[in-house]
Write a protein that binds this ligand. Sequence first.
Ligand code: TYD
Length: 219
Amino acid sequence: MTDQPPADAPRGGRRGLFLAVEGGDGAGKSTQADALARWLGEQGYAVRRTREPGGTGLGRSLRELVLHGEDGSVTARAEALIFAADRAHHVATVVRPALEAGEIVITDRYLDSSVAYQGAARELGHGEVRDLSLWAVEGLLPDLTVVLDVSPEQGRLRRGATHDRVEREGDDFHLRVRRGFLDLAGQQPERYLVLDAQEPQPAIESAVRERVRELLERR
Ligand code: TYD
């Protein structure tokens, strides 16, 4: 299988629903994205569960390059461009075709991760990093972004012993990441759901379901 977009994949309007789950390292995003995908699947929706970085063949190579090198092996701007390249390919070959086919796409991380990690935490600038990613994805934004808010200390404890190159950064870095996500959510509350990652898992699941149910009813 190649990662080329179908020749007839349109770039315009879409029929599916695009949901992103975001948050700092150790927030429990994957667990929540899986639970949401299962719940929607049980109701008969066609669901595409995916992730960044690494939602495509090219993306898996880029993920390896950007996360598993030694400290200092990727400069901040190169890092921003690699995440943007992963996103461009992911949207063109997975996300947009699935939305055009009417599916519900649930991605574990999306554009806000770049704004929070590269824009805020690496201090490359929110606006520049956002514009880079918007160019990469031809303007595609989620219908809803769930932010699982986690403090640097809680995130570190929940991650345990294994740390990739970004996770290894100190608490000050992860605090800027956290603030980056909260700033984005604060600017457009209608497109976000911010939840405390420390809440019990079932409580988080039901809050997410409630908001997604509203979105589905409004479609
Ligand atoms: P993730 O896949 O969520 O981590 P895990 O290995 O626990 O599944 O994310 C990998 C790392 O990449 C994470 O530390 C955040 C970072 N990242 C960025 O810095 N910028 C981005 O745009 C994205 C998508 C991820």
